[in-house]
Design a protein around this ligand. Structure first.
Ligand code: BGC
Length: 343
């Protein structure tokens, strides 16, 4: 009996080592790989908003395809945590650090530290101010606002009263989106009656902002929302006041819920930003930087102190009219978007 057990044990051990699942062998392999492959640290703001998981997944899979390894850290909306995570990446001697900045004005010191350590730094989607990052890659955020403004002008035939609830005031994109939006309204008779900001991109702030406005007995013709997550809360506030579908609402990100509202008629438009392009290009650029190359970019942006190479991608406005062409099959499936719409 003992002999049989011994034989079985020996057989199991042999199979394990051939399959490479012996612990020591596995660990050693991982170590060799770790030291050979390009190491990328990706510090993200949070995953609360739908899009960021896609950004992460596409980025990681493209980087892996190019032979790099990615360590993703989630700062959960806390600036101090984001700084510690970047410091950890510096300690780990990453080749490249990619950052979705929570506060564009709070990272210049830690970026300087990374650069002094010879690490390349990429600002992903949101610019980091006064930091001289090696590269900034994002969409044309001013154009995101312009598209919202232009479509509202058309819908309102150039006149009316609107309110705006922007995203986080520490996110550099917010200033750009709102700037583009205001510029697009110039020359029209559309009046912005009140403007608010959703600190930390907390969409519930949008709910309170609109509820308070409506409680005063005002009904705006349109509500400009900083993103679709805010629009979700805004439409909730409108619907509690039986106004959903009667007030034009804008957003960005082409979140599934927003696309559903667009075809259902409670949101006027969103802005689709092809994340596939952004995340894949960012992964390619990270690998190029790690290999000592400087990828070409079409433009340059000033970060307050330095001119930074800027890879600028194009956003696309989405309404009921072009939903099928732009979104269906590419970003969301038809049955998901039209879930509540009768044929
Ligand atoms: C991005 C938006 C996103 C928002 C909140 C912004 O910087 O451009 O796409 O909805 O952050 O995460």
């Amino acid at each position: 009996m003992k002999k049989i057990s011994f034989l079985i044990l020996a057989l199991i051990l042999t199979v394990m080592s051939v399959a490479g699942c012996g612990q020591a062998a596995g660990e050693n392999d991982a170590e060799v790989e770790e030291s050979d492959a390009i190491q990328i640290g990706f510090s993200m703001d949070s995953f609360l908003i739908e899009r960021w998981q896609r950004d992460r997944d596409i980025f990681v899979s493209k980087a892996q395809e190019l032979g790099a390894e990615v360590n993703v850290q989630n700062a959960n909306g806390e600036v101090s945590r984001q700084i510690s995570q970047i410091e950890y990446f510096i300690e780990k001697e990453m080749d490249v650090i990619v950052i979705v900045a929570i506060d564009g004005g709070a990272l210049s010191e830690v970026v300087e530290k990374a650069k002094k350590a010879g690490i390349r730094v990429i600002a992903y989607d949101r610019l980091i101010l006064d930091a001289n990052v090696d590269l900034y890659i994002s969409f044309d955020n001013e154009k995101v606002g312009t598209l919202m403004g232009e479509l509202l002008r058309e819908a309102l035939e150039d006149e009316g009263t609107i309110i705006c609830i922007n995203g986080s005031p520490t996110d550099n994109n917010v200033k750009l989106v709102f700037g583009g939006f205001q510029k697009a309204l110039q020359g029209s008779d559309i009046l912005i009656d009140e403007t608010g900001y959703a600190d930390h991109w907390l969409a519930e702030i949008g709910f309170d902002f609109v509820s308070d406005y409506l409680a005063k007995g005002n009904v705006p013709d349109a509500i400009m929302c900083g993103n679709d997550d805010i629009a979700t809360q805004v439409v909730k506030a409108l619907s509690e006041n039986r106004l959903a579908g009667q007030v034009y609402v804008t957003g960005q990100d082409a979140d599934l819920a927003a696309c559903q509202r667009i075809v259902e008629g409670t949101q006027h438009m969103t802005v689709y930003k092809p994340l596939e392009l952004l995340a894949q290009r960012a992964a390619e650029m990270s690998v190029a930087l790690a290999e000592g190359e400087m990828p070409e970019t079409q433009s340059v942006v000033n970060d307050g102190t330095f001119d930074v190479p800027f890879e600028k991608l194009d956003p696309v406005a989405v309404t009921k009219e072009n939903m099928d062409e732009v979104i269906i099959g590419k970003y969301h499936q038809k049955n998901e978007v039209y879930l509540n719409v009768q044929e």
